[in-house]
Ligand binder design. Structure first.
Ligand code: FRU
Length: 509
């Protein structure tokens, strides 16, 4: 059922049933060229697929976000980076760097950590040492990184200039080596109940997370290992992790990225709600794993240290190990998700870890426009990115179609009775045959709680669609490679409210 809204409305294309990927007939998009060298003019966009409201390094390969911290008004994002090229070169892995004062506009900086005799610079975290517990000065930034050589060890690098440059601690490794080949991706969090820091270290194919603690951020003592016995969680390597304390709920949440065999394919992120006594993390229930995001492209997400007002702001890698090296962009490879605010909510009798775009998104957004049940040509021919908010009655099924004039489509279906959301990231979405694992026509996830209305918040960029449904309790983050951004949206269902706004580019060519 739909209401026609003047010329903004486009006819609904009807339900899409999961099927083998098909290549849509496409015309050449003559306004788009895949090169970083073309000068931007108001009518041409220089690079096909370059995200306009998501951070990407100008050039080269990148993966996991690393060492996120906030200090003195600046948000710092480091990430796995190949300074020398577009290939995923594990031996040359370094820490790239970008910073932002508003979580939206990022300035790319020089990389801060390069490989050394102990190995490549794999993932890790940062802590702002406000009270000089470690002895490098008030406000020194301590980066705990993985040196990945023959085996993996946890090392320390220090910055006293707000994270612009780091030097490596002379007595590395900082955590006594356990001799494990897989011992990586440390995440250090403050434990307010015990007045000390906890370090989580992922054990890769050895499964589980090691828990350590320290009172001075320098001497670390081993507490134990968090792992679960469910086969679903143990078919994959345990990688980047986080531990979050939600004060109002008095709950701890362990977040663990796993790869391969994720929820959809390849890489996914699990979470466990439970209690933590400073030594042992115990999940509340045995209905794990629960998934932070049901799409294919939200991996290795971690939160910022020292975020103001106790905010839990996460950024994840918007790609998947199943196909990241093969994905189409040729100057850069991998973008990062929008920064997301994490919260823990009771829904339908259990705690759900919810993610929503940070409110800073408003700073790059136009006013909202009512859209009835659809809108065409959003943002005009030179659309940067846009967002739609749709409230549906769950008395009926609904189909939401995002499309462009080249016949590319991304379809979201809501099965109201079964309370399931489906996303079709199949062959109609755009370029897909760079990997046999990319096209997944039918991704599905439950609608949490018992509400009779569902609000979908959809952020569309040049090569991604992020869906935050039900206050962020069901999320799908997917990359897509259409010939131009999807500019049209139609909804077939009972829409009680729908509005659209455009998002202004943050990209500086
Ligand atoms: C996760 C990961 C980490 C590792 C890094 C290497 O994506 O495999 O476990 O530290 O990437 O780049």
């Amino acid at each position: 059922m739909y209401i026609v809204l003047g010329t903004l409305f486009t006819a609904c294309t009807g339900p899409v049933t999961p099927e083998e990927p098909v290549i849509p007939p496409v015309e050449e998009d003559t306004t788009r060229v895949d090169t970083a060298t073309v000068v931007v003019s108001p009518t041409t966009r220089p690079e096909l697929y370059r995200p306009q409201v998501h951070y990407t390094p100008h050039h080269n390969w990148s993966n996991d976000p690393n060492g996120l911290f906030y200090k003195d008004g600046v948000w710092n994002l480091y990430y796995q980076f190949n300074p020398n090229g577009i290939e995923c070169d594990f031996g040359g892995m370094s820490w790239g760097h970008a910073s932002s004062t508003d979580l939206m506009h990022w300035q790319e900086k020089s990389p801060v950590l390069y490989p050394d005799g102990m190995g490549a610079m794999y993932s890790g975290c940062s802590v702002v040492d406000k009270d000089n517990r470690a002895g490098f000065g008030n406000g020194a930034v301590l980066a705990y990184y993985t040196a990945s050589g023959e085996k993996q060890v946890i090392c320390l690098a220090i910055s006293t200039d707000g994270g612009e440059t780091f030097w490596k601690y002379e007595h590395n490794p900082i955590v006594p080596s356990t001799g494990l080949v897989n011992f990586r991706d440390p995440k250090v969090v403050y434990d307010p109940h015990r007045g000390r820091w906890t370090m989580m270290v992922a054990k890769g194919w050895d499964l589980g997370i090691e828990i350590w603690h320290s009172y001075n951020l320098m001497q670390w003592d081993f507490d134990g290992i968090f792992r679960v016995n469910t086969e679903r969680c143990n078919m994959s390597q345990w990688e980047c992790c986080d531990l979050l304390y939600f004060e109002q709920a008095d709950k701890w949440v362990a977040v663990v990225s796993i790869n391969p065999n994720g929820y959809i394919t390849g890489s996914s992120t699990m979470y466990f709600v439970g209690s933590f006594d400073g030594v042992t993390f115990t999940p509340d229930a045995d209905d794990y794993p629960r998934w932070l995001d049901y799409g294919a492209d939200c991996y290795a997400g971690v939160t910022f240290d020292n975020a103001p007002d106790g905010r839990k702001v996460m950024i994840a890698w918007m790609n998947n190990w199943d196909y990241a090296p093969a994905c189409p962009p040729s100057a850069w490879k991998s973008a990062y998700t929008l920064p997301r605010e994490l919260s823990l909510k009771q829904m339908g009798g259990h705690w759900v870890l919810c993610s929503t775009p940070v409110s800073e998104l408003d700073k790059i957004a136009s006013a909202w426009h009512d859209a009835a049940t659809g809108m065409e040509n959003i943002g005009g021919d030179y659309a940067d990115a846009w967002e739609a908010k749709i409230t549906l009655s769950l008395a009926n099924d609904a189909t939401i179609t995002l499309s462009n004039k080249y016949g590319n489509e991304y379809v979201i279906r809501v099965n109201a009775q079964q309370r399931i959301i489906y996303c079709d990231r199949g062959g109609r979405t755009g370029e897909f045959n760079f990997s046999t694992l990319f096209a997944v026509p039918s991704m599905s996830a439950p609608i949490e709680g018992n509400e009779q209305y569902l609000t979908l918040d959809i952020v569309v960029d040049q090569s991604s669609v992020e869906l935050f449904a039900g206050e962020g309790s069901t999320c799908f983050t997917n990359t897509v490679y259409p010939r131009s951004i999807y500019r049209n949206i139609t909804v077939d269902g009972i829409v009680t409210e729908m509005k659209v706004r455009t998002l202004e580019t943050i990209w500086k060519p």
